[in-house]
Design a protein around this ligand. Structure first.
Ligand SMILES: [Zn+2]
Length: 337
């Protein structure tokens, strides 16, 4: 899922996303609840109409941003009290309120409120976050009133094997239609993340979607799919695209690099996106050097196309029983640029 934090994947029209293979978008509950407000979005017809995207949308609960972005003031089993990153006002979020906001926004997949501790948190804090996340998952389930939204439970537990297993084993009896794995890509190493997935996914039902939140690099997606993950969101394709870094079939390309100045070749000959079929590397570099807005737009679109193509090729490789060789080929090719 490309990330449309404020109800837009920055710089891109929905039909452009669809044309490069986007099936589903993520929007950010915390940001939309602060601005323009969930009530406003609801009044204007709900998130799909508001942002002109008629495909599936997933919203997170806002919990992650409360812990990462807002100034966390206080947390207990009832609520989390925080300071808005926009105007400093004091706000509170309860499990019930997180669900109510997501019902007002009207996404197709919604998330339970969870507590996401940092990667270096002591084990006592990790265990407390698992306990509270489990408690809140039940409260979220009890609050949900709409039957047209799939509510996902979120597994926490840091990189601790027993806490991950405990979190998953407590959530599965609540019979959510899908399960998210939160609290990764928060500062741990890739090896620690992969090991944690190895411990976690076997505890989640294989017939239900598993969603790894906020991950990641193309190699992380391939490694995680092979460990049983189905769904991802990450700002990397768009944020890196805006910052002049392209992901290609031969690795990362720094578009501002002087070596591209007179290069008439496409960014990625294997890609069919507008950036690669209509422009050469020299033009793309020129857009960034000159500060033209088309540069970030084209590279965002290209990077999203690259991520979708990688996942699409991986699906085929899995069906044909050659997922492991696909992984090896990708990892080798992405190191070559
Ligand atoms: Zn492209």
């Amino acid at each position: 899922m490309p990330v449309g934090t404020l109800g837009t994947v920055k710089g891109l029209f929905p039909d452009q996303l669809r044309a490069v293979g986007t099936q589903k978008l993520l929007a950010n509950t915390y940001h939309l609840a602060l601005r323009p407000g969930a009530e406003v979005v609801e009044e204007l017809g709900g998130l799909h109409r508001f942002m002109d995207w008629d495909g599936p949308i997933l919203t997170d609960s806002g919990g992650f941003q409360v812990f990462s972005l807002a100034g966390l003031r206080d947390i207990d089993d009832e609520r989390v009290v925080f300071k808005s990153h926009i105007d400093g006002s004091i706000l509170e979020l309860t499990p019930a309120r997180a669900i109510e906001i997501q019902q007002q926004l009207g996404a197709d997949c919604i998330m339970c409120l969870d507590e996401c501790p940092p990667a270096d948190a002591p084990i006592e804090q990790i265990a407390e976050a698992v306990r509270r996340t489990t408690l809140w998952a039940q409260l979220c389930r009890d609050t949900q009133a709409r039957d047209d939204q799939a509510l996902f439970g979120i597994v926490q537990g840091g990189i601790d094997q027993s806490q991950r297993e405990k979190s998953a084993d407590k959530l599965v009896p609540l019979d959510f239609p899908g399960y998210a794995i939160g609290g990764l890509s928060v500062g741990e190493s890739p090896t620690e993340m992969y090991r944690t997935l190895d411990h976690t996914t076997p505890h989640l039902p294989s017939e239900k979607p598993r969603y790894l939140m906020g991950v990641g690099r193309p190699e992380d997606l391939v490694e995680s799919v092979l460990r049983g993950i189905d769904l991802f969101d990450c700002v990397m394709p768009t944020r890196n695209g805006r910052n002049a870094t392209a992901f290609t079939s031969t690795g990362r390309v720094k578009m501002r690099n002087r070596k591209h100045m007179r290069d008439d070749a496409p960014l990625d000959p294997a890609c069919e996106c507008p950036a690669c079929t209509r422009y050469c590397r020299g033009y793309l570099r020129h857009m960034f050097i000159a500060g033209e807005m088309l540069g970030p737009i084209l590279l965002s679109l290209h990077n999203i196309a690259f991520y979708h193509r990688t996942m699409s090729d991986l699906r085929v490789a899995i069906l044909e029983g050659r997922a492991d060789s696909f992984r090896s080929e990708c990892l080798a090719a992405w190191e070559s640029e």
